[in-house]
Design a protein around this ligand. Structure first.
Ligand code: G3I
Length: 320
């Protein structure tokens, strides 16, 4: 039978999803079975974030991340590392510390060196920095942008540390709302252009692509193309397409079309590496907890039945 990874692989790309130890060792075997059958790239949903992996200064907690990486290696998955420098899920010792540029530089360098170093050769792509822009394309307020006075310096520190820690990993800058030609996409493009011109080792832009059924922008594909050519590579890193819940049958058909549009936008670009969907089943998605009354955004419903969205993803991959 056809699978999502089979369709992506026929086009020279991958199909990814998320997991975490609860899905690998927990009682929900169906989640894990589908991950094994349908996907060939994996992101840890939460286990590699700063609060999980370095809860105190230079105090590391690698057990959960190790579980994900070992499971991936045993089962032939490649891994996207998510994420090294992010304002959210940031432990308070970082977020509320009183830092100088040089002391925060040392903290970033140590975090990147220890985390990436542990998994050197085992993690193919890293989200080195995540969600650093505001909606206009300026610097999002965070401890990092405050201490460094903007984005350029701390992004440079993080990417240089990342390249040094694992020279073979593909280094990405990742964000959401890069789905149309707007302020944030333009801010991303100008930052990446400027830093790459200065020799900062940015390889890839990750577009999360948290989309809304029926509202996929007509500029989704052209914007992804611009992001891809600016960085040299790109990927869809967290794709989901949410609806009002419970999803109606007409919305489920529109969702199928929207999944095809999003996947096809990657498929037609030679340097778009692949597509990750941010979950498998609607029963385990971040969306209802954040957007009240919305969800049903994933390819399998809460009973693990394939939705039309599944066929929409298959249809997005032209060959195979
Ligand atoms: O670990 C605590 C646990 O100790 C506590 O008992 C429980 C009670 O609420 O919360 C647990 O933490 C939760 C964490 O997931 C781990 O399960 C947080 O409340 C919850 O907010 C957190 O949500 C994650 C969210 O990122 C946080 O920003 C979602 O699972 C995860 O899917 C989501 O993923 C993000 C990407 O990393 C970045 N892009 C956006 C995307 C969606 O928000």
């Amino acid at each position: 039978a056809q699978t999502l990874k089979g369709a992506a692989n026929a086009n020279g790309r991958y199909m990814g999803t998320i997991t975490d130890p609860a899905y690998i060792n927990g009682s929900d075997r169906t989640y894990n079975t589908i991950a094994l059958q349908e996907f060939d790239y994996i992101t840890a949903e939460n286990s590699m974030k700063w609060d999980a992996i370095e809860p105190s200064n230079n105090g590391f907690s690698f057990n959960n991340a190790d579980t994900v990486v070992n499971w991936a290696q045993q089962n032939g998955f490649k891994v996207r590392g998510h994420t090294l420098v992010w304002h959210s899920q940031l432990p308070s010792w970082v977020a509320n510390g009183s830092w100088s540029k040089s002391s925060l530089t040392a903290v970033i360098q140590n975090h990147v060196a220890k985390v990436m170093g542990r998994y050197k050769g085992k993690i193919a792509q890293w989200d080195v920095v995540n969600e650093i822009f505001d909606e206009n394309g300026g610097a999002r307020d965070s401890v990092f942008s405050r201490v460094f006075g903007g984005l350029d310096e701390f992004v440079t520190v993080a990417f240089n540390a990342a390249r040094a820690a694992d020279p073979d990993a593909i280094l990405c800058i990742n964000d959401y709302n890069l789905d149309y030609n707007g302020g944030k996409a333009n801010g991303m493009i100008s930052l990446v252009r400027r830093l790459k011109a200065n020799g900062v080792p940015i390889d890839c832009i990750g577009s999360q692509a948290h989309l809304v059924v029926g509202s996929v922008s007509s500029s989704f594909g052209s914007t992804l193309s611009s992001l891809c050519s600016t960085a040299g590579k790109c990927a869809l890193t967290e794709l989901d397409i949410r609806a009002r819940t419970p999803i109606s049958s007409s919305a489920a058909q529109q969702q199928k079309t929207d999944y095809t549009t999003a996947v096809r936008a990657c498929a037609v670009l030679n340097n778009c590496l692949g597509v990750t969907v941010w979950g498998i089943t609607d029963s385990r998605s971040w969306i209802p907890g954040v957007f009240s009354g919305e969800g049903d955004a994933l390819p399998w419903n809460s009973s693990y039945q394939k939705k039309p969205a599944y066929d929409g993803i298959l249809a997005g991959w032209p060959a195979g």
